[in-house]
Design a protein around this ligand. Structure first.
Ligand SMILES: [Zn+2]
Length: 444
């Protein structure tokens, strides 16, 4: 209660406050502008992103019968951009059937998502980064987390090796938990490690078992909100590497005794530690992350292959590259704390020299094969602290297939024939590795 004696002073203070508060609470003075609305539907989860010129507050809750997610955004007025959301929901979205947008109260826009199933929503904001302004992110996860092992099994239906993979899935590796977020339940068959307990020590070598196919986890870099590097002609790294990974998967699946698993099979964002967790969950024998390089100078060219370094990078350019690839989580938009980050962190400390030695072996073979179809950027395998290569028990390499920032190589990367050549070269490198190191196949 301000004493009525000082109305003029009060007015001045109020005026000052408005000015001071303007950048912090824009809703009080003017409505924020929604710059863009994007949706990324995928089986694993559907993401809706609202990009705006200022940070906004949002509240959310779910309703049952029928399932709905309600999101109230403060400080916005209805606009064409936000109304666009309605048309951006695709009929094949696994989670959202429709969205309704309305001005709920002055200054509050309410989004009501009609759902196809119950969800575990993650609602969070991201500060401006890269090309993006402020983002309000709505991630709709299924109430029961998806087991990558089950996804792999579904993919291998009618496959002569399905039985073997199924027996593998029966127990499910308890040291490799199912990637999940807060609010999700685990599938009934999965065993959950006790809360806060570190995972038991991992296998020290690739766990190839007799009769079991060699399982290669293919990891197309970036995706969703994170386009990766972009070429002069607008070619996006995330699209090219997915195409190459899908070609390589086809080649691998056609080999007797070999199968491939994709850490992402469409255009959506997968956090780096989730990629690692998925590969561990399916007990991959090899992890191959596929990327395309970029450099300020368009003349930089050539392929390179990378293994993990726990103690610094082989050069400052290497350190720069690892940072750029690790930034995928910032640009793609990770909800810090939502994923089992604790597990991921413990895993990092378990990284072994054995993994790195095997990674260098397989990487050297792959580099040799790629050298037959493209100029090499460096003649030997390089090393840096890539977050995605940190599975302690799976030999892991990262391939920079070519420079998307080099106009000639960008053109090559766009060409199906060249994508196929890259896939063939990687397959040959993998095969050379497994035939040169049959000893690995006996360890279990
Ligand atoms: Zn990349």
């Amino acid at each position: 209660m301000t004493p009525p004696a000082a109305p003029l002073r009060r007015k001045l203070i109020a005026g000052g406050c408005t000015l001071l508060l303007l950048p912090l609470v824009p809703g009080l003075a003017r409505a924020a502008t929604i710059v863009a609305v994007r949706t990324w539907p995928a089986d694993e989860y559907t993401r809706v992103t609202l990009e705006m010129d200022t940070e906004l507050k949002a509240e959310h809750f779910t309703l049952d019968n029928p399932h709905r997610l309600v999101v109230d955004i403060e400080g916005v007025q209805l606009s064409t951009a936000i109304n666009d959301l309605v048309s951006k929901i695709r009929p094949n979205d696994p989670y959202i059937s429709a969205v309704r947008v309305g001005q709920n109260r002055p200054n509050v826009v309410r989004l009501v998502f009609d759902l196809k199933q119950d969800v575990a929503p993650q609602v969070f904001t991201l500060k401006p980064i890269g090309e993006y302004k402020y983002r309000l992110v709505l991630d709709l996860y299924p109430k029961i987390a998806q087991d990558p092992l089950m996804a792999l099994l579904k993919d291998t239906e009618n496959d002569p090796l399905a039985g073997i993979l199924e027996s593998l899935a029966q127990g499910g590796p308890s040291e490799a938990p199912i990637p999940s977020v807060e609010g999700q339940k685990l599938p009934p068959t999965a065993r959950k490690p006790p809360e806060g307990a570190p995972p038991p020590p991992p296998r020290t070598a690739p766990g190839l078992r007799p009769g079991r196919p060699i399982l290669v986890a293919l990891d197309p870099g970036h995706g969703g909100e994170d386009p990766g590097a972009i070429g002069k002609r607008g070619t996006r790294e995330k699209d090219i590497v997915l195409q190459i990974a899908m070609r390589l998967k086809k080649l691998i699946d056609a080999q007797p005794g070999m199968r491939a698993y994709l850490t992402r099979d469409r255009d959506y964002f997968v956090p780096l530690n989730v990629r690692v967790q998925k590969a561990r969950r399916v007990q991959a024998d090899l992890f191959i992350s596929i990327h395309a390089d970029a450099w300020i100078k368009p003349t930089a060219r050539g392929s390179s292959v990378w293994a993990l370094s726990q103690h610094g990078a082989t050069s400052s350019a290497a350190r720069w590259l690892a940072k750029k690839e690790n930034d995928a989580d910032l640009i793609g938009g990770v909800n810090l704390g939502a994923h089992n980050a604790q597990v991921a962190k413990v895993l990092l400390d378990l990284s072994t020299g054995a993994q790195i030695n095997d990674s260098i072996r397989v990487g050297t073979q792959v580099l040799k094969e790629i050298g037959k179809i493209n100029k090499l950027h460096k003649n030997r395998i390089e090393r840096a602290g890539f977050a995605v290569l940190k599975a302690p028990d799976i030999p892991s390499i990262l391939i920079e297939t070519a420079f998307i920032s080099n106009p000639q190589e960008e053109q090559l990367l766009r060409t199906p024939a060249h994508q196929q050549r890259i896939a063939h070269a990687v397959l040959s490198g993998i095969q050379d590795y497994f035939s040169a190191h049959p000893a690995l196949a006996r360890r279990s």
